[in-house]
Design a protein around this ligand. Structure first.
Ligand code: MBD
Ligand code: FE
Length: 281
């Protein structure tokens, strides 16, 4: 039997690449001027690095071979989301007044099974991990409850693997779409995710090893929260005490996004309350 621990960089990379092609409808409407300005700056940044650092032919060929491998391993979504998306998110959400957003990452899947609050994410009968009750309320920037709110939640399991990107997991494991109540209140039962390690056997892992960096993201919940008439926010929530909160390889932690769950007692795991503030459309 294939288990999640046998996940390979190439298989999860192929999944992330296929997902991106299916879900993100890339617009061709960018003007020639804009393409020229952006591509020109990126190419110039590479050339400046070559000149400043006196890059050798061996190093140039190492780069070429590594870039070829990123594509072969399907790791362009992983590479870009880990090392670039945080800046794109910073620009995109600069004018928001509500809850902080952060990067989406490569493992979102739309249209997870829908449930009403109080909900329990789809999980295995014997799902490993500490139970976690995640609850809160969706409000507008004036603090008023928002009816019709939707909380999409996806996260890794207790071994750090995401369903549909690692083998052996049920299709929708730890992925759900939860309708909040008329006052925007929601309760979701899940389990505490484990920290996530960038696959070590692919191109991104090779870069990390060659640089002496670490490969870790702190444990996190991924969320997309929306309500009629309001801007959807894509975010993540982290856990106080996680050693990688202070040095996420994806640079996606913000202090406002760190949770401090409390013990529920009687072996019932932990619970935490977090309210979402949505900006108007
Ligand atoms: C993840 O789980 C993730 O959230 C990001 C941003 C990149 C790689 C894996
Ligand atoms: Fe993630």
């Amino acid at each position: 039997m294939t288990t999640e621990s046998q996940a390979t960089a190439a298989a999860s990379g192929a999944g992330a690449t296929a997902r991106f092609r299916e879900d993100k409808h890339v617009s061709a409407a960018t003007s020639q001027e804009r393409v020229s300005a952006l591509a020109g700056r990126i190419i110039k940044a590479i050339n400046d690095t070559v000149i400043d650092e006196k890059v050798t032919y061996d190093e140039y060929n190492a780069l070429k071979s590594w870039l070829i491998r990123v594509g072969e391993d399907g790791e362009w979504p992983l590479f870009l989301d880990v090392w670039v998306e945080h800046s794109v998110e910073e620009v995109a959400n600069a004018n928001r007044h509500g809850s902080k957003g952060t990067i989406e990452g490569p493992y979102y899947i739309p249209n997870a099974p829908s449930q009403n609050t109080p909900a329990t994410l789809p999980m295995r009968d014997d799902e490993p991990g500490t139970p976690l009750l995640f609850q809160g309320q969706v409000k507008n920037v004036a603090g008023e409850p928002l009816p019709g709110a939707l909380i999409e939640l996806w996260h890794a399991d207790d071994l750090g693997f995401y369903s549909q990107f690692a083998p052996g997991l049920p299709e929708w494991n730890l992925r759900g779409s939860v309708n909040a109540d008329d006052e925007g209140k929601f309760q979701v039962n899940t389990i505490q995710p484990a920290p996530y390690q960038i696959p070590t056997d692919g191109a991104c892992g090779a870069l990390i090893a060659a640089s002496g960096w670490h490969a870790w993201r702190p444990a996190h919940l991924h969320l997309k929260v929306s309500a009629p008439g309001h801007q959807l926010i894509t975010t993540q929530l982290y856990f106080q005490g996680d050693e990688h909160v202070a040095d996420d390889i994806a640079s996606a932690v913000k202090p406002e996004l760190v949770l401090a769950p409390t013990d529920r007692g009687a072996g019932n795991g932990r619970e935490v309350t977090y309210d979402f503030i949505l900006d108007p459309e």
